[in-house]
Write a protein that binds this ligand. Sequence first.
Ligand SMILES: C[S@@+](CC[C@H](N)C(=O)[O-])C[C@H]1O[C@@H](n2cnc3c(N)ncnc32)[C@H](O)[C@@H]1O
Length: 275
Amino acid sequence: MRWAEIEIAVVGDEQEHYAALLTEIAGCQGWSGDSSAVRGYLPVDERLEGSLLALREAAGREVTIRFVQEEDWANAWKQYFKPQRIGEHIIIKPSWEEFAPEPGDLVVEMDPGMAFGTGLHATTRLCLRALESHVTGGETVADVGTGSGILGIAAVLLGAQKAICTDIDPLAVRIARENIERNQMEGRVEAVEATLPPPGEFEIVVANILPDVILGMAEELVAATKPGGLLIVSGIIESRTDDVKAGLSALGLTVLSVATEGEWVAILARRQGGL
Ligand SMILES: C[S@@+](CC[C@H](N)C(=O)[O-])C[C@H]1O[C@@H](n2cnc3c(N)ncnc32)[C@H](O)[C@@H]1O
């Protein structure tokens, strides 16, 4: 099959906006990018032209396309995905790479396929570090917008008793399930196709999505967090930090800290009440 690689040049903090256009307007399953451009892929079929027209109109700037064969792009990103240490003990290891762990290392084996969540993005790393600092053992964790399943799987490796992972994208849910199996986490990590986890209260809720999505579901995220429990949100570009903090504070959460990596932030907040 042939695919179109779609690229939009960005500067400054534009990445989030144009990435959202790639997924929401053009219908790309995901996106990748760096400080100068965002990229997504669409199959070359009868819908491509309409998707590109809509994207160009919404973007109001040049959108370039390049045609590639499936094998080219399906494997091209793999060269950038190497085992990496995140925080003190977490190792994210691509399933096709060798890695010799040191004592105390917690190895999450991943094949993210088309799903987001390799650990290559700063927001994933910010969430993983927050989980490493706050999972002390025995918690139930909700991973909302799980992508590859990376955060839920890591939470259980860090000592959480159970993690429920949700995603609205069926492809992500399938890939998360494969990664759960790959890490022998069946029964302790569950992936469901949904926006929110089933009703219940979680000691830790983590959501690495986009600021507007987080704000739109903030009330439900708070309801899913046990009184006294923690909410970790990321996917937030630095310029949106105050909006998200204000939204969480308005719902009675206490913002405990804001961690940053590059232009991205993760916000840690506590729901009032005792554990
Ligand atoms: C930025 S990725 C994060 C993946 C992974 N959790 C990580 O930290 O690397 C966001 C994920 O949220 C999912 N998503 C977007 N909107 C959502 C919603 N309203 N409810 C649940 N998942 C959503 C997307 O399909 C995508 O897989």
